[in-house]
Design a protein around this ligand. Structure first.
Ligand SMILES: Cc1cc2nc3c(=O)[nH]c(=O)nc-3n(C[C@H](O)[C@H](O)[C@H](O)COP(=O)(O)OP(=O)(O)OC[C@H]3O[C@@H](n4cnc5c(N)ncnc54)[C@H](O)[C@@H]3O)c2cc1C
Length: 540
């Protein structure tokens, strides 16, 4: 593969888009193969999600000893996590440490957004353009542009007239925001809203929460890291990482359930849910029984348990009712983890507004108007999520010279082979793309698995003197059908979630993640690789 650079257009083996956890590992791994790699990152630093989402209370939902890279035992042994769940600044510190430890920054160009990528079928190379005027050539593109990296601000009329300040959770100012003494409105009660609401309520003079959809949230039970727990986890780190590969979510330590929720008595079920509620965390709770995500009656038992908890915590019955999710089975939307979320609604300075019943009509110079009332606000926070899974890719003009863009190709919803490649777009890999289990797993493990697959594939191609790889359209079609069949066997399609693009007006409703489980997926990828990259077409 070419290492040379022409006078005019810099030439690389690989361009990687994004310097989050995915892009950094791709750089490290591909550099290790002797490849010349250039990473472009829109932000001014590494970290992706953890660089952008600096809102108060931002925290990982997966325990920090799990939510970290496994590729270097030295790294995982030496790094010390101060808490059970890493908060945003701890994780960002970790990612910066990784960038320094593995000398990654020298190949990353920050403050640079990739705007186009055009493939030339004659030379089998991509020409990549950026908003800084760069034009570079690369044989391969690796899209590590993130599943939750395109923040969505709803198009409320009057937003430009609002005289206060507004923020989006995923574009939080680096210097932080001081809400003390302010009347603050938070719009949205998904994961980010649930995390930030208790914090803002403590600082603000008054907080009004505007909720369209009630979401289930479980207590995180965050705590300082238990030194004994850290020691024993680290003593078994490699074995635990290996065990994680055999699980549906990519996290070891949760014994697979053996019974249906409907096979046990009401008392036994309640005791099990109580124990999980006390323990904290979402995986353990959803793993209580075999059928919580496939059988509505089984799921109802868990959903009702959490609704009861909400009623027992929130003193005002009407507020408790508005907070109680009734339009989706628990676990079919991203299950939130919180610290004191429901308790926050007992504070005298917090008001909940049900905007499903009384929709937001417009923003005004002094706040916001719903169908029934006006609210005076100094600041508005949009915790309204992201154009998930496809947003970042659709924003780039990706095409084969003279052909349709990826956005056009996906106008009816994304189609991929294994979430790794798109038929008709040769030499372009996706990290945890739609059609892969990525967002349903401990994502760093999925990032490593995808990147390792890509690295092994490129190494093999180099050995065999091949320069072009693409997904076979029929293999892609079969995979898309399989992803849908697997989803249809579960309760997931019952929810209007970002997994189906339901939070973006006009986005085609397609179930995007693969929910057959990480281990099943990985085995399939391994078989495909062993079978000479079955379903991919490789050429000289
Ligand atoms: C608030 C929040 C909490 C989360 N909690 C968890 C959790 O508990 N557990 C879990 O497993 N996962 C969690 N996630 C998912 C998280 O996104 C992943 O775990 C992981 O950080 C993804 O890394 P990534 O590199 O694939 O993508 P990202 O971290 O999104 O990084 C993508 C990068 O690409 C850049 N980029 C995008 N487009 C372009 C372009 N055109 N040009 C240049 N640069 C571009 C972006 O600026 C960004 O820095 C959470 C996500 C959010 C938003």
């Amino acid at each position: 593969m070419s290492q040379s650079k022409s006078e005019h257009t810099a030439r690389f083996d690989v361009v990687v888009v994004g310097a989050g956890l995915g892009g950094l590992y791709a750089l490290h791994r591909l550099r290790g193969l002797g490849m010349d790699v250039r990473v472009f990152e829109a932000g001014s630093g590494v970290g992706g999600t953890w660089f952008w989402n600096r809102y108060p209370g931002a925290r990982c939902d997966v325990e920090s000893l799990e939510y970290s890279y496994s590729f270097s035992d030295d790294l995982q042994q030496e790094w010390q996590w101060p808490e059970r769940y890493g908060n945003q600044s701890e994780i960002l510190r970790y990612v910066n440490h990784v960038a320094d430890r593995f000398d990654l920054r020298r190949d990353i160009q920050f403050n640079t957004r990739v705007t186009s990528a055009v493939f030339d079928p004659d030379s089998n190379r991509w020409t990549v353009g950026t908003d800084q005027g760069d034009v570079v050539s690369a044989q391969f593109c690796v899209m590590a542009s993130g599943n939750l990296s395109t923040p969505r601000v709803p198009e409320f009329p009057g937003i430009e007239s609002f005289a206060g300040k507004w923020y989006h959770s995923g574009l939080w100012p680096t210097e932080g925001v001081d809400f003390s003494g302010q009347r603050v409105g938070v719009i949205g009660t998904g994961s980010s809203g649930v995390q930030m609401i208790p914090h803002i309520a403590r600082d603000a003079a008054h907080l009004t929460v505007f909720q369209r959809t009630a979401n289930f949230s479980l207590p995180a039970r965050n705590a300082p890291m238990d030194p004994q727990r850290e020691r024993s986890h680290k003593a078994e780190y490699s074995a635990r990482r290996r065990a994680a590969l055999d699980t549906p979510f990519g996290i070891a330590g949760f014994p697979p359930p053996t019974h249906s929720a409907l096979d046990v008595s009401e008392a036994e079920r309640r005791a099990a849910y109580e124990a999980k509620w006390a323990e904290g965390g979402s995986i353990s709770f959803l793993y209580s029984y075999t059928d919580l995500l496939v059988n509505k009656a089984a799921n109802d038992t868990a959903s009702e348990f959490v609704r009861e908890k909400i009623r027992s915590i929130v003193r005002d019955p009407q507020t408790a009712e508005i907070l109680s999710p009734r339009d989706h089975p628990i676990g079919t939307k991203r299950l939130c983890l919180d610290t004191g979320y429901y308790e926050t609604y007992n504070r005298p300075n917090v008001t909940l507004v049900d905007v499903r019943r009384s929709p937001i009509i417009e923003l005004t110079p002094t706040g916001l108007r719903t169908q029934d009332a006006s609210y005076e606000l100094d600041s508005i926070v949009f915790a309204t999520g992201f154009d998930a899974m496809t947003g970042a890719l659709r924003e780039i003009d990706i095409r084969v010279a003279g052909g349709d863009t990826l956005a056009e190709r996906w106008s009816g919803g994304p189609q991929t082979y294994l979430g790794l490649m798109v038929a008709g777009f040769p030499n372009m890999f996706l990290i945890t793309g739609p059609g892969s289990p990525g967002v349903k797993t401990q994502m760093i493990l999925s990032i490593e698995q995808h990147t390792d697959f890509i690295a092994a594939c490129l190494k093999d191609m180099r050995k065999r003197g091949l320069s072009r790889i693409e997904a076979d359209p029929s293999a892609e079609m079969r995979w898309v059908e399989h992803v849908n069949e697997v989803a249809d066997r579960t309760l997931y399609p019952l929810a209007n979630s970002w997994y189906v693009g339901a939070n973006i007006p006009g986005k085609p409703r397609v179930f995007m993640p693969y929910v057959g489980g990480f281990s099943t997926y990985k085995k399939r990828c391994d078989e495909i690789a062993a079978n000479n990259y079955e379903g991919f077409v490789l050429n000289e």
